[in-house]
Structures are given as C-alpha cells and as structure tokens.
Design a protein around this ligand. Structure first.
Ligand SMILES: [Zn+2]
Length: 125
C-alpha cells in the first residue's frame, strides 16, 4: 500500500518551515470559482448527515469544483505549514526534518524534500 507521504521543507521570505504531508499533489489544486487565491478561504462545514461541504468565502460558491494549476495554492500552504516553527537556516530545517521523520516512525515514501515554487514569497496570511 502506498502511503504517499513526505516530509516537506518550505522556503519563504521569512525562513523555512517543515511539515509531514500526505498527498503533496493536493498542493496544486485550486478552487475553480475564483482565481485570486490569496483572498480565497474555503471551509468545511459538517451537515446533519455528517458530510463535509466546502464554501468559497470569496464568492460564496458551495462545493466549488477544483482544478489543477502549475502554482501552489496558498491556502494549502497555510493549512499545512501554519503550525510549523520558522527556522532561519536550511541546516536547522534539515535537522528538524530528520527529527520529524523519526517521530513518524521513520517510514516516509518520498523522504525529505524541498517544496519548490515558493522561494522568496511571503508566507500566506
Ligand atoms: Zn469563489
């Protein structure tokens, strides 16, 4: 069985963040209703049947379609790296990634990787 997991290092303008990610391909999926991603927030609301629904808080679309882009969806970055400590150097980030790998039991299908495409950008608010 594939676990599709990796320990990713994200480099932004203020430093490095790390996270244990499952399904890193999801990083490239954006809601199709709006393209100004930095103003989009989606939320999942549970209904009486315990099914989750998404709503775009920018335009109000319920359960928007998702489409794959070449760029990373900033909300995905915020959701997945928002709890990470910010490391000043690449070597601190790598050391912390090694510890994280140990914490998850040492098994990681794609290992420690750098998430490309966010260097120099600000961490999404
Ligand atoms: Zn929208």
């Amino acid at each position: 069985m594939s676990s599709d997991n990796s320990v990713l290092i994200l480099h932004t303008s203020d430093g490095y963040r790390i996270a244990h990610i499952q399904g890193m391909g999801n990083a490239y999926w954006w809601p199709a209703c709006c393209t100004k991603a930095d103003v989009i927030i989606d939320e999942k609301e549970e209904d009486a049947l315990y099914e989750y629904h998404e709503r775009c808080l920018n335009c109000g679309t319920q359960n928007p379609e998702w489409e794959e882009h070449r760029e990373i969806y900033p909300k995905w970055v915020k959701d997945n790296f928002g709890n990470s400590k910010v490391y000043n150097t690449i070597s601190e980030a790598l050391t912390a990634s090694g510890k994280l790998l140990e914490e998850i039991g040492g098994y990681c299908e794609y290992g420690i990787q750098f998430l490309k495409g966010y260097e120099g950008k600000d961490f999404p608010k």
